[in-house]
Design a protein. Structure first.
Length: 406
């Protein structure tokens, strides 16, 4: 059904604007008059036609951020808690959402719900915005009649997940910036600065110190093969990215990442925190444990961890426990496995997983702080050796000349 943009005046002369779904322009005019609004016919037009058409450039379309989904979920929960019907709540949220892409998605969801499908089924049609975890929790909320509670829980979960992701990204920004600047500085030295010294020393007709000659040779080689080196680096990056998209490649690379010193420990703790948090939220929302494990495996962020979780699912389907395959994987710490085992025996797995998630969120904070504290001096030392070595090697002949004169 098309959407019309309208403008009209009330009996008091106040101008109102809005959008309305209708079969045609006459239906919009009739409905507005029924609401005691005098429409302005020239200002009633179908949205997306003429000057009102939205122009989108491929690759530059606005994305739906997790923060947008979190705000939508929190407001939707408040509306349902206040007794507002789902369709009306979606209609209000679609009108006040600033993100155009998200606004159209909410409108589509509203139309599907009006057409008779459940909210979960309508959300499932937009997997890029509403993932399996979100959809399954909404489905459990609809089935149990506690949709408002589930939506509030989802909003809190998205907020925590975003915060966790932001911490890890934030820890990488400073080292990455320093490395990029350092590579740029070394590149400029090798391409533009050192060749000047090379020409100057070459005109002197004397043998240069070994470090100086090696540096000049590296500079000339780097200058001649610069474009080949750049092309090679790009080719390696593309090849690794393509390999990572394959099942085998992802499994091998993720395994290497877990074995890295310091960084591997951080990745492991993030994976454990994410697994515990996701499973706790799903189980407490009424999602069956087998479905919960399948959803959590997809959101693990690491193929090795995903396989370990899927083994747990197979174990349960065969009548075994969750804790055993977790312990056999050697990925999850003994404390997590013991807490899961206690939770299974006492029937409070969701509560204990929540406590594990809270503990490992604090552990991630500590790991991020340790990683930052460790990387900063290491980067400075490496850069000092490289850049300092280049500078000293270029000034060695000058130092030797000074000693001969004296």
């Amino acid at each position: 059904m098309p959407v019309f943009v309208w403008e009209g005046k009330t009996a008091q002369g106040k101008t109102l604007k809005g959008e309305m779904e209708a079969l045609n322009q006459q239906a919009v005019l009739s409905r507005l008059r029924g609401q005691r609004i005098q429409p302005i016919p020239t200002r009633v037009r179908e949205k997306g036609k003429g000057l009102d058409r939205e122009i989108t450039i491929p690759g530059f379309q606005t994305k739906v951020k997790p923060h947008d989904v979190m705000i939508f979920t929190r407001q939707f929960a408040t509306m349902i808690d206040a007794g507002l019907p789902i369709v009306q709540g979606l209609d209000i949220l679609s009108q006040q959402t600033e993100n155009k892409v998200f606004r159209n998605i909410i409108k589509t969801v509203k139309q599907d719900v009006e057409g008779g499908v459940t909210l979960a089924e309508a959300l499932k049609k937009h997997p890029k915005v509403f993932d399996d975890l979100y959809v399954n929790m909404v489905s459990a909320g609809e089935a149990g009649g506690v949709l408002n509670t589930i939506l509030s829980r989802i909003a809190v979960f998205i907020e925590k997940a975003t915060k966790l992701k932001r911490k890890v990204k934030g820890a990488m920004i400073y080292p990455a910036t320093i490395i990029v600047v350092a590579v740029a500085v070394v590149t400029v030295l090798l391409i533009y600065v050192i060749p000047v010294f090379g020409e100057l020393y070459g005109s002197m007709g004397k043998a240069l110190p070994a470090p100086t000659q090696i540096t000049i040779n590296i500079s000339y080689w780097f200058r001649e093969n610069f474009f080949y080196l750049v092309a090679g680096v790009i080719a390696i990056i593309v090849a690794v990215r393509l390999w990572y998209k394959t099942e085998k490649g992802k499994l091998i690379i993720d395994g290497w990442m877990l074995r890295l010193p310091v960084v591997g420990d951080l990745i492991r703790k993030v994976a454990v925190a994410r697994f515990s948090q996701n499973m706790s939220v799903l189980l407490s929302s009424g999602v069956p444990i087998l479905d919960g494990l399948a959803i959590t495996a997809k959101t693990a962020g690491n193929k090795v961890v995903e396989q370990a979780i899927m083994k747990c699912r197979v174990s349960i389907s065969q009548g075994k426990t969750v804790a055993e395959p977790l312990e056999e994987s050697k990925i999850f710490p003994p404390m997590v496995c013991q807490m899961v085992a206690i939770g299974e025996n006492t029937g409070s797995l969701d509560t204990l997983l929540k406590k594990v998630a809270e503990f490992y969120e604090d552990e991630v904070d500590s790991a991020v702080a340790n990683l930052t504290a460790l990387m900063e001096p290491m980067i400075m030392i490496v850069l000092g050796v490289i850049i300092g070595g280049l500078v000293i090697s270029m000034y060695l002949p000058i130092f030797q000349l000074g000693s001969l004169v004296s």
